[in-house]
Design a protein around this ligand. Structure first.
Ligand code: UDP
Length: 335
């Protein structure tokens, strides 16, 4: 069994990865400032060090609970729209926290780090599906910040021998199939939770961002990948870090339009999704679909929940069971 430090482990993708590690019997320490994550998302038996990743004293406290076999770095600012309003904050904070965590990792004697990256690296893609050969041309400070982080890791590898995996997520969606964790952002900006809440009457009608894209039904097409499958990919890249660093695009390989997602919510929930048609959101490409052929070939990863209705069902079930999100959840006692 191993021991892993998970930054941002109280957040959406981080908490699902903590569950995957625990299900495998690993020891886990979570480092999270709880600015966006939730204490109740940290399961029993997992120690929580609460504080910022760029605070040396906090990092010292977290690494004192090592030694760690690897560090999984999820903590980051991750909203394209916010980054268009606060470009310098996004670029500085995401690079600073990655650099601080990578530096502490190397100094602790650990040489393995997995980082959350993003499809936003590719900007407006040259071709679909998007493989790793495509050029990087971010069209948002968020995408640029993750590109800088990947470049920083490449230098840390050359100079310090730090091996890293960078996983470029497409659209993470859904919730733990056993109902132990789910998606709870404040503010919520993502399509699926907003569509579910609109159907449940918990929020105003969904605003469809653009109906004039060059797609079959005019709405934006994205690659929705189940968050538990994303989590699994993190575990599968770990053995590769014994010998090399890797960068993988991580998605289902199938695109669904905004209208198709709304229809799936209607099928699963048995209720209409009240919605309004609006203009495009700035910076949104028409289509983003991943090729994860490289990840599949090199790790054997394959999604367990590739069907859109299954993704939607897990998200729907969690939302119905947690009408207040984590605010209504009983806080789990930290270890
Ligand atoms: N979208 C929408 N209305 C919303 C939120 C999102 O029409 O209130 C669309 C968005 O334009 C994109 C897709 O849904 O085509 C997924 O957006 P999301 O913000 O969930 O993820 P992103 O692709 O930006 O990472």
């Amino acid at each position: 069994m191993g021991r892993y430090l998970v930054t941002g482990g109280a957040g959406y993708v981080g908490s699902h990865t903590v569950l995957a590690l625990r299900d495998r019997g690993e020891d886990v320490v979570v480092l999270d400032d709880l600015s966006k994550g939730h204490r109740a998302a940290v399961p029993q038996g997992v120690a929580l060090v609460s504080g910022r990743c760029d605070d040396r004293a906090v990092l010292a406290e977290a690494f004192a609970r090592g030694p760690f076999d690897a560090v999984l770095h999820f903590a980051a600012l991750s909203l394209v729209g916010d980054s268009m309003r606060e470009p310098l904050r996004y670029m500085a904070e995401n690079l600073n926290t990655l650099a601080a965590v990578a530096d502490a990792t190397v100094k602790s004697g650990c040489r393995k780090l997995v980082m959350s990256s993003t499809a936003a690296l590719f900007g407006f893609p040259e071709r679909i599906p998007i493989d790793e050969q495509q050029g990087h041309a971010p069209v948002s400070p968020y995408g640029e910040s993750k590109l800088m982080c990947e470049q920083a890791l490449a230098w840390a590898e050359r100079i310090h021998g730090l091996r890293y995996a960078s996983l470029r997520y497409f659209n993470a969606a859904g919730a733990d199939p056993e109902g132990r964790a789910g998606e709870d952002h404040d503010p919520e900006t993502h399509l699926l939770p907003l569509a579910i809440d609109a159907a449940l009457g918990k929020r105003p009608p969904l605003m469809v961002f653009g109906t004039d894209y060059p797609t079959p039904d005019g709405t934006g097409v994205r690659d929705y990948v189940h968050v538990t499958d994303l989590a699994d990919a993190h575990l599968r890249v770990l053995p590769l870090l014994d010998t090399r660093s890797v960068r993988y695009n991580l998605g289902n390989g199938t695109g669904y339009s905004v209208r198709e997602v709304m229809q799936a919510v209607e099928r699963v929930g048995g209720r209409p999704v009240p919605h309004e048609l609006g203009p495009r959101r700035q910076g949104d490409p028409a289509v983003l679909v991943a090729s994860s052929a490289l990840l599949r070939a090199e790790t054997g990863w394959t999604p367990r929940f590739p069907a859109l209705d299954d993704i939607v069902r897990t998200a729907w079930d969690w939302r119905v069971a947690h009408p207040q999100g984590y605010a209504g959840a009983k806080a789990l006692a930290p270890a």
